[in-house]
Design a protein around this ligand. Structure first.
Ligand code: TMP
Length: 252
């Protein structure tokens, strides 16, 4: 057995070398951070739930023809993934106004407030650079600075809008409104093909109960609402996922 080597320790995940040259292992931690890690807590079980939820969504998207880095879930906290070089863009899709969109643009000209349904999905790019606080950029910045080619950006937007439609339907069927979410893409080692990477979980989506408007995502932590793990578990339950590993860890 080869010993795994830690390659990268992120805010919510750690990346290790995988069993093959073209694979990696991503480990889901219980760390919750917000406001560029100025706020931090350990929320027991969050990593287990995000691993399960992200696996479910990645498999669903793969099934619907979206290329992803996901290979398989290995255990309650780890996934085997394909090695990619991450494009340093956070691609955010918004269906309903919330978060930084409202803070940045609501005013006399753009009459939005929390909960305004947007006329069409809005795709935004943020530079993945903690030291600069992940600033918003135009697609032209990505082109001008060589972060991605025009063809790659076209592929990214196409996948992103399809993912939005698929995820809106998936969540609506379990009584959840998909308000907004963040995606990351990478280039597969070898072919350079663009694939969906990172994770899709309540850490990087806004998810509201259709009936009550209850928040079922990381805003519970950002806004000190409490009950984050219970909310993520509700999402996992609604998606029909087996959360017994969470109960087992809590017993141990
Ligand atoms: P925002 O309203 O704070 O810009 O966030 C929009 C969506 O993107 C929201 O679902 C949270 C997600 N997001 C991340 O996952 N990571 C980030 O670093 C940021 C800024 C947003």
């Amino acid at each position: 057995m080869t010993l795994r080597k830690q390659l990268y320790d992120g805010k919510a995940k750690t990346i290790f070398t995988g069993p093959g040259d073209d694979t990696l292992i991503q480990y889901f931690k219980d760390d919750a951070t917000a406001y560029n890690a100025q706020k931090h807590a350990i929320l027991a079980g969050k990593g287990i739930l995000n691993n399960l939820i992200s696996e479910h969504i990645m498999l669903y998207l793969k099934d619907q023809g979206i290329p992803t880095h996901f290979i398989e879930r290995m255990n309650e906290r780890e996934q085997l993934i394909r090695k990619v070089s991450i494009i340093p863009l956070e691609v955010v899709v918004r269906n309903i106004a919330a978060g930084s969109l409202v803070k940045r643009l609501a005013g006399d000209h753009i009459r939005i407030s929390l909960g305004t349904v947007l006329d069409q999905p809005l795709v935004e790019y943020y530079l993945k650079e903690d030291a600069l606080n992940d600033p918003i950029m135009a697609s032209d910045h990505a082109l001008a600075f060589g972060l991605a080619t025009g063809e790659e950006l076209d592929t990214i937007v196409e996948h992103t809008l399809t993912i939005n439609t698929l995820m809106q339907g998936m969540f609506k069927s379990v009584g959840i409104t998909l308000v907004d979410f963040k995606l990351e893409f990478g280039r597969l080692e070898g072919s350079n093909a663009i694939v969906l990477a990172d994770e899709i979980s309540p850490d990087n989506c806004r998810l509201w109960d259709i009936e009550t408007g209850d928040k079922k995502d990381k805003d519970r932590f950002r806004e000190d609402l409490g009950g984050l793990v219970e909310a993520y578990r509700d999402i996992a339950n609604r998606l029909g996922l087996d959360c017994s590993a969470l109960d087992q860890e809590r017993k141990d």
